[in-house]
Design a protein around this ligand. Structure first.
Ligand SMILES: [Zn+2]
Length: 179
């Protein structure tokens, strides 16, 4: 039964052996590192799901896998117009668990999948948070910024507006001359 499993202290081998599934929806505020990326955590949620799988169970060295999916939508600041932009993050990755950190490091170059060290009390939600953090865009942007924003000097309306505005020194010069 999945109820036996604590996502913060997961026995990975047993989770895989039982082909168990865990999922949950948590307030974003519980994910402090992810929440620090946005100022509006209220009402935001992180949804995640993990499934354990043992491949070649009868082999001498069966493969322990955990498949992780997660998603969240964060309000970030658009780097083009500086207005808020809703950025959906989605993770869908599979991890193979090996005996220890040394094995993971040794096999990492050849393995196409992500390798992690087996643990009896693995923090699955920390992994979920790590993976979501990696999905954060370096420079979040609207696909199309709100239309009322003048964002570029090549915008003809923007250039026309600029041309009509008198240079402040020209105004100052006239004020001095009229004294
Ligand atoms: Zn924008």
């Amino acid at each position: 039964m999945a109820k036996d499993f604590d996502p913060h202290r997961l026995d990975i081998r047993r989770f895989a052996d039982e082909g168990a599934v865990l999922e949950g929806t948590d307030p974003l505020v519980r994910y402090r590192r992810l929440g620090a990326e946005t100022e509006a955590v209220a009402g935001r949620e992180v949804h995640w799901r993990a499934r354990g799988e043992m491949l070649n169970p009868h082999h001498v060295q069966p493969q322990v896998w955990v498949h992780v999916e997660a998603d969240a939508t964060l309000p970030l600041v658009c780097q083009r117009c500086l207005n808020p932009v809703e950025v959906p993050l989605a993770v869908n990755r599979s991890f193979r668990f090996v005996a220890d950190e040394a094995t993971a490091a040794a096999e990492d170059d050849e393995a196409e999948e992500d390798l992690l060290a087996l643990s009896h009390s693995f923090d699955l939600l920390e992994l979920v948070e790590d993976e979501l953090l990696m999905e954060l865009p370096v420079a979040p942007r609207h696909e199309a910024c709100p239309v009322d924003v003048k964002m570029s000097a090549t915008d003809p309306a923007f250039e026309a507006a600029g041309a009509q505005k008198e240079h402040p020194f020209a105004v100052l010069g006239r004020l001095k001359a009229s004294k």
